[in-house]
Design a protein around this ligand. Structure first.
Ligand code: PLP
Length: 331
C-alpha cells in the first residue's frame, strides 16, 4: 500500500482544491513496476519457470532483477543504453544478466523475441504474459480503499505502455461486479511526453490504435515507448471514462518535479511530474473543475532520475571511486 498524499501548495498554485498524489516511488525498487513484477515472478516460481527475459525502459528491469534475485531465478535484461544509471546499477547489483542496447524498448523486445526459444527464456514482456497486469490492478484497489470506496473525479496516469491504466480500468470493472464500488468512474487522463506521444496522437485523430512514434526521445524514460502493445485498451479506457490524452514538454516536466518537491516535499519521477503540468493545463482550460478530486500517480521516485534532475543543479565533486580507491590502497 503506497500513501496518498495531499499536495496542498501545488494544488493551490495550479487551481485545484483537492489534489492528491499517490506516491508509487515508495514501492520496492522505487517504482510502481514492483507491483506487476512481484506478481509475475511469484507465478513463475509457482509454475516452475527458472529463466526469464525482459525488454524494459528501466524501472521494470530493476523490479524484475530484485524479485528474480529474491526468488533465486535468472533474469535476462535488455534495455536502452541511455537508461537512467540507477536502473543499470540496480540490475547489476541484483545479479541480473544485463545487455544495453543501441535502440529503444521496441528494439529490446525484438531481441528477446528472437533469442528466447534458443535460450530457454520465458518472455516476461508486459501484456505478453497474464500476471503483470494483475499485479498492477492493486493500484486501482488501493485508490478505492484509500478514498472510502468512491473513486475520484480524475486520475492522471503517465502513459508509456499504459499498462497501469489498463490494470486500474480492469480493477474498477471487477470491483463494481463484486459490489465494492458503484458505477462512478474517474476521467482517465493519459499523460505522455512531447518527444514520444503515440497515444496522444491517436487520441487526437480519433483512432483506435496508435502509430509507431519515430525518433522517440524524452528524459521521462518510462514514457519512451514508441508503440504501446495495449494502445487500444488505453484509448478505450480514456474514451469510456470521458477522459483525455495530453503531452508535456521535457523542460516543463522537470520544472514541475522540482516545484512539487519544494512546495509539497514529494520528489517525483519525471513521469509523475509530467502529470502536474497536464493537470495545470486541464484546470486552466476548464476540462476539470477546482473542486474535482484529482489523483495523480507519481509512478516512481525522483531519486532514480538524478541525471535528469542534475541538469538543473550542476556541480562537480570528487567521485566515490576516489574514496573507495583510498580504502583499498590508503594514500
Ligand atoms: C516511472 C514510470 N512511470 C510510468 C511508466 C509507464 O508505465 P506504463 O507502461 O504502465 O504506461 C514507466 C514505465 O517504464 C515508469 O518507469
Amino acid at each position: 500500500m503506497t500513501p496518498i498524499v495531499p499536495a496542498r501548495r501545488t494544488g493551490k498554485r495550479i487551481g485545484s482544491a483537492d489534489l492528491l498524489i499517490k506516491d508509487e516511488g515508495l514501492n520496492p525498487t522505487g517504482s510502481f513496476k514492483a507491483r506487476g513484477l512481484s506478481c509475475a515472478v511469484s507465478m513463475c516460481v509457482e509454475l516452475g519457470i527458472r529463466k526469464v527475459a525482459i525488454p524494459s525502459a528501466g524501472n521494470a528491469a530493476s523490479a524484475l532483477a530484485a524479485y528474480a534475485a529474491a526468488a533465486g531465478i535468472e533474469a535476462h535484461i535488455f534495455m536502452p543504453q541511455d537508461v537512467p544509471q540507477a536502473n543499470f546499477i540496480e540490475c547489476k547489483s541484483y545479479g541480473a544478466h544485463v545487455t544495453l542496447v543501441d535502440g529503444l524498448i521496441s528494439d529490446c523486445g525484438l531481441i528477446v523475441a528472437g533469442k528466447k526459444d534458443k535460450e530457454g527464456w520465458f518472455d516476461i514482456s508486459t501484456l505478453k504474459e497474464p500476471y503483470r497486469i494483475e499485479g498492477k490492478k492493486t493500484m486501482g484497489y488501493e485508490v478505492a480503499e484509500q478514498l472510502g470506496w468512491e473513486l475520484p473525479d480524475a486520475i492522471f496516469y503517465p502513459t508509456g505502455g499504459g499498462v497501469g491504466m489498463i490494470g486500474m480500468w480492469k480493477a474498477f470493472a471487477e470491483m463494481e461486479a463484486l459490489g465494492w464500488i458503484g458505477s462512478k468512474r474517474p476521467k482517465m487522463i493519459a499523460v505522455q511526453a512531447e518527444g514520444c506521444q503515440p497515444v496522444v496522437r491517436a487520441w487526437e485523430q480519433g483512432a483506435s490504435r496508435s502509430q509507431f512514434w519515430e525518433g522517440a526521445s524524452t528524459v521521462a524514460a518510462g514514457l519512451r515507448v514508441p508503440k504501446p502493445l495495449g494502445d487500444f485498451l488505453v484509448l478505450n479506457a480514456v474514451r469510456e471514462s470521458g477522459g483525455t490524452a495530453i503531452a508535456v514538454r521535457d523542460e516543463d516536466l522537470i520544472d514541475a518535479g522540482i516545484r512539487l518537491a519544494s512546495d509539497d516535499g514529494i520528489f517525483a519521477a519525471p513521469e509523475g511530474a509530467a502529470c502536474i503540468v497536464a493537470a495545470e493545463r486541464l484546470l486552466r482550460e476548464g476540462f476539470l473543475g477546482k473542486d474535482d478530486k484529482i489523483v495523480i500517480y507519481n509512478t516512481g521516485s525522483g531519486l532514480k532520475y538524478l541525471e535528469a534532475y542534475s541538469t538543473r543543479f550542476p556541480r562537480s565533486a570528487p567521485g566515490e571511486t576516489d574514496k573507495l580507491g583510498g580504502l583499498i590502497t590508503p594514500r
